[in-house]
Design a protein around this ligand. Structure first.
Ligand SMILES: *[C@@H]1O[C@H](CO)[C@@H](O)[C@H](O)[C@H]1NC(C)=O
Ligand SMILES: *[C@@H]1O[C@H](CO)[C@@H](O)[C@H](O)[C@H]1NC(C)=O
Ligand SMILES: *[C@@H]1O[C@H](CO)[C@@H](O)[C@H](O)[C@H]1NC(C)=O
Length: 394
């Protein structure tokens, strides 16, 4: 290489590096530079929103930095679309919601929507829900205006990592339309008697993996609503709570099918239910298929394996008329441990559309040191391997 060529290349390299460093630098928007106080009292929501607008519109990839500290924020909505990928960096930061329900007019606290390739890393989101649960105002979540801690909607190809959600007033994390995304190393905590505090609620999305997480709460650890497709759950520890639950389905007309749920290598401890599929009686038609529960360790779970197509918790439904939710291709495999209820396997399928192709394999669930029992209605499970309890040959 001659000297001119060398100098030209060096100058060019220097130029490119400078541009890269400058844009990278400019693209980190610290909420403190947008007026956040971080005293845990002042509403820092507006500062977070200002920082979001700048990061979202900025040259990609850009990020919003919430530096370590304690912040308070009223309800905020961070909308996309953004110029490109955005990262919210909240490692070491705690964000608290005001405890008073009266300060909320919608059913979400922090909403983020319509972003392609969003990353959230770190952050403790404290919903301060204690007063709200005590008031027991809300028996039926669908008619509630009680805020969900994190409402993540239409965030495609995204990653949510190292997040902690505590004491949400309602669901902790609600994911909808977040296709092809991942949740990793999330920690969710609320007391076992807190009301409607589902850990992660999933609906209307295709392709989601949840791994290496810990969920202890007052309702379902993970609930799968309509249109949940291709969801892989691995190494999630659940309990206390109501377990992993598909449904309730069939309450509304035209719900989307649930298909392709793979739950592996999880533990469920001290929960009311283990793995469950539930639907309302007298329901609208919808299908649930290709559901796999495998390699699960249960400790002191009241209803470890449960299909309940007569789910009717608040007596608001017509019992007697069968569910029209069709359940097929379900596998319960290698589920072991202790049941806190006598009936460890309960398959209550619909008299109208009986369950099809349910496999029960290599189960070992003991009750008080002895065998538990099983019950099946409108299901003829295929039984594989050695099972404790023996499956439905009563
Ligand atoms: C989720 O996990 C499955 C199975 O391990 C894998 O095939 C898929 O690519 C993963 N999806 C994402 C979005 O990481
Ligand atoms: C389950 O996950 C643990 C780590 O949490 C791992 O050591 C183990 O090999 C996994 N087991 C299976 C059957 O995948
Ligand atoms: C079931 O588990 C109990 C307690 O761990 C054990 O003693 C028993 O041998 C197991 N039975 C089978 C069939 O695996």
């Amino acid at each position: 290489m001659d000297q001119d060529g060398y100098i030209q290349r060096a100058v060019c390299w220097l130029f490119v590096t400078t541009v890269l460093i400058t844009t990278n630098h400019a693209a980190v928007v610290n909420i403190k530079t947008k007026g956040a106080k971080g005293d845990g009292i002042t509403d820092d929501g507006p500062a977070i929103l200002r920082a979001w607008k700048e990061a979202c519109a900025g040259a990609a990839p850009s990020s919003l930095l919430i530096p370590p500290g304690t912040y308070m924020s009223l309800a905020i909505e961070l909308p996309g679309p953004c110029t490109g990928p955005v990262e919210i960096m909240a490692k070491g930061a705690t964000i608290k919601a005001p405890p008073e329900l009266a300060k909320f007019t919608k059913d979400s606290w922090i909403t983020i929507r319509n972003v392609d390739r969003l990353t959230i890393t770190g952050g403790v989101f404290d919903g301060q829900g204690q007063e709200t649960w005590k008031a027991k105002k809300c028996k039926d979540t669908t008619s509630c205006q009680i805020p969900v801690n994190l409402r993540l909607s239409k965030l495609k190809n995204s990653l949510f990592k190292d997040i902690t959600s505590i004491n949400s007033k309602n669901f902790h994390i609600a994911l909808r339309g977040c296709d092809n995304s991942r949740v990793e190393n999330v920690n969710i905590e609320a007391p076992g008697n807190s009301i409607n505090t589902d850990g992660i609620h999933i609906a209307k999305l295709n392709g989601l993996n949840i791994t290496n997480s810990k969920i202890g709460t007052g309702d379902d650890c993970i609930s799968f609503g309509e249109g949940s497709k291709n969801v892989h759950i691995e190494r999630v520890a659940c309990g206390p709570g109501h377990g992993f639950s598909i449904g309730s389905l069939g309450k509304y007309p035209n719900e989307e099918p649930v298909e392709g749920i793979f739950l592996r290598n999880c533990t469920i401890t001290g929960a009311v239910n283990g793995v469950r599929i539930k639907s309302w009686p007298d329901s609208h038609p919808v299908t649930v298929s290709n559901i796999h529960f495998e390699d699960i360790i249960m400790t002191g779970v009241t209803n470890p394996i449960l299909i309940d197509q007569e789910y009717c918790p608040h007596k608001t439904c017509k019992k007697g008329a069968p569910s029209k939710v069709k359940i097929s291709n379900v596998r319960f495999r290698k589920i072991r441990g202790t049941s806190a209820g006598k009936v460890a396997i309960k398959l209550i399928c619909s008299a109208g559309v009986p369950c099809e192709n349910v496999e029960v394999a290599d189960i070992n669930l003991t009750f008080n040191g002895g065998p538990s029992t099983s019950e099946c209605y409108n299901a003829k499970p295929k039984v594989v391997g050695q099972n404790v309890p023996g499956v439905c040959h009563a």
